[in-house]
Design a protein around this ligand. Structure first.
Ligand code: IMP
Ligand code: MG
Length: 178
């Protein structure tokens, strides 16, 4: 059995911060009346579920999937869209929900792709950001936590599909035998 990841952000701290983000987003979109949440699969599924329930304004949900790197050690290729949205976003207030912004390439790719589809507004919300490894100047409208440049898992995030269901954000300490 691999060792349990060390806690970086505890469950309670995540809960509080997601609640704050939900309140801010609800205020900011109060005049828009509804927000269309676009989750980036797979890492954002738990964050999106909690964020959606912390909103006090009506929201709708859709998902898309992109291919990015799969683990802490795999080389990173170009970002590709794997699964597209099911619904048209023209005229809607779209909020992209991401688990983590590392280099920013995934988010930059998605924001420019979705902007071409004529949304009424387009913003993004990420639970985590690693400012030290940013390679694009993509803007994050709502950010949960800034973290150091370490590989994190849990609360939806994985290391080669492991640890997604951990209730906290942990740091993966790699053992040679893993
Ligand atoms: P970016 O394009 O470099 O910003 O990478 C974004 C994507 O890489 C995220 O949506 C995650 O799926 C994945 N990623 C980056 N850092 C981590 C991490 O520390 N743990 C798990 N996934 C990560
Ligand atoms: Mg992701």
């Amino acid at each position: 059995m691999p060792e349990a990841p060390k806690v970086l952000i505890a469950e309670e701290a995540i809960r509080r911060r997601v609640g704050e983000l939900g309140r801010r987003i609800s205020e900011d979109y109060a005049r828009a009346e509804s927000v269309h949440l676009v989750g980036v699969l797979r890492g954002s599924f738990i964050f999106l579920a909690d964020l959606a329930r912390s909103l006090t304004i009506p929201g709708s949900v859709d998902f898309l999937a992109v291919a990015s790197y799969e683990s802490a050690v795999a080389p990173k290729g170009p970002v590709r869209l794997i699964t597209d949205l099911r619904t048209d976003i023209a005229g809607r207030h779209v909020l992209v929900v991401e688990d983590i912004v590392d280099t920013g390439e995934t988010l930059a790719f998605l924001m420019s792709l979705l902007a071409l589809r004529g949304p009424a507004s387009l913003k993004c919300c990420a639970l985590l950001g690693k400012p030290a490894s940013r390679k694009t100047d993509v803007r994050i409208d709502y950010l949960g936590f800034e973290i150091p440049d370490v590989w994190v898992v849990g609360y939806g995030l994985d290391d080669a599909e492991r640890f997604r269901a951990l209730p906290y954000i942990g740091v993966r300490s790699r053992q040679p035998a893993d």
